[in-house]
Design a protein around this ligand. Structure first.
Ligand SMILES: *Cc1c(COP(=O)(O)O)cnc(C)c1O
Length: 395
């Protein structure tokens, strides 16, 4: 076979390391091991029942056929209304809204629609694992800009300017962030938007954690800063994290009409529409917004308690330092004082103490590990005891 079975794309892509850790922890558990899993990147709650009920009714009503590639009209309308209220869309224009099979696919199509060979994409690290791979799949080149805990994991405009070249096309932002939980303030976000306008760059803003906020923190969408910003920003989000709907596979994308047209065309040729009856469940969330937000507030009470418990526990281990997060459901402690690579640290922690975390290496951040606190309180308590023991043995 000429050059083997696989394409250059397939040979270059790495599997999602977060899904891999989760799979390994689940396999250990299935083998009877008592594993404390901090690897999962999904809420541990069930989808609010009123959303499930509407979806089940849609299924019963025969909403089982193809839908328009860009999403069912009522859902695009409701999303356009919401994004208009938030200042992301200057007009309530559903043509600027796409419903996709997952926030992840929205990210991929945003990149594919705007970047190709010869283009450079600026990715702040620690980054979500999929961004560099998606950029490479589009044939474009990732340029990583690192921001450690000493700067709250947030890149500055000066750092971005240092890597700019005539080929720079897109900046990827993710606030609140997976893996760090950090959140860009109004002023920090404005400075990056201003830089993007000045240097003629696009921004992809992944806002999948926009509603998972703590300590009265506020989320800012870069598209809402000015009409020029709205034209340059592709806003990606979805239902997975907010409403505990990861398995439903429903994402959104909002951008200028040139970009949404291209995204809809790409989607029509690759997956067609997001699952039709699932979209009716999402529509129920949009049409009963207060009820949906009440459900989210209910989950946030638990997330917040667990966040503080895990933060407090980690900060109490000598050798570990951990930033307080403001969003999402992750903490990203610094474990570099032990002199182990983050991969060795997490592999040994799983091996010796049966605690699953994700190595910072996967997020472009050597010396850190990611813990998800979207898990039960007793797992957090047991896990902390085991991590403490593990670290004390390393000291
Ligand atoms: C989970 C996640 C997504 C997308 O999730 P979907 O389940 O595909 O909607 C996108 N970006 C980040 C940073 C995430 O953590």
């Amino acid at each position: 076979m000429k050059n083997g079975y696989l394409s250059s794309w397939a040979k270059n892509v790495s599997p999602s390391p977060t899904l891999a850790v989760d799979a390994k922890a689940k396999a250990l558990k299935a083998a009877g091991e008592d594993v404390c899993g901090f690897g999962a990147g999904e809420p541990d709650f069930d989808t609010p029942s009123f959303i499930k009920d509407v979806c089940a009714q849609a299924l019963a009503d025969g909403k089982t056929k193809y839908a328009p590639a860009a999403g069912i009209p009522d859902l695009r309308n409701a999303l356009a209304q919401k994004y208009h209220e938030k200042g992301v869309l200057s007009e309530k224009n559903p043509a600027q809204v796409i419903v996709s099979p997952g926030g992840k696919y929205s990210c991929y199509l945003a990149i594919l629609a705007t970047c190709g060979p010869g283009d450079e994409v600026i990715i702040p690290a620690p980054y979500w694992v999929s961004y560099p791979e998606m950029v490479k799949l589009a044939g474009a080149t990732p340029r990583i800009v690192f921001a450690g805990d000493n700067q709250g994991f947030k890149v500055t405009p000066t750092q971005i300017e240092e890597v700019l070249s005539p080929s720079s096309k897109l900046i990827i932002l993710n606030s609140p962030s997976n893996p760090t939980g950090c959140l860009y303030s109004h002023q920090e976000m404005e400075a990056i938007v201003e830089l993007a306008c000045r240097h003629d760059l696009l921004i992809m803003s992944d806002e999948i954690y926009e509603y998972l906020l703590y300590d009265n923190a506020e989320h800012f969408s870069p598209a809402s800063f000015s009409p020029e910003a709205a034209d340059r920003v592709i806003t990606v989000s979805g239902f997975s994290k907010t409403f505990s709907m990861t398995g439903w596979r429903l994402g959104t994308l909002v951008a200028n009409p040139t970009i949404t047209k291209a995204v809809a065309d790409l989607q029509s040729q690759t997956t067609s529409n997001a699952t039709t009856f699932a979209q009716f469940g999402a529509l129920a969330a949009m049409e009963n917004w207060d009820q949906a937000m009440d459900a989210v507030q209910g989950m946030l009470i638990h997330f917040d308690r667990r966040r503080l418990k895990l933060l407090d526990g980690l900060q109490g281990i000598s050798g570990i330092t951990c930033q307080r997060s403001e969003g999402a459901f992750y903490l990203f402690p610094n474990i570099s004082s032990y002199g182990l690579s983050s991969e060795d640290f997490s592999a040994r922690l799983l091996e010796e103490e049966k605690v699953a975390v994700v190595s910072g290496h996967a997020f472009g951040a050597e010396g850190y590990i990611r813990l998800s606190y979207a898990t039960a309180d007793e797992i957090i308590e047991n896990g902390l005891n085991r991590i403490r023991k593990f670290c004390n043995n390393l000291n």
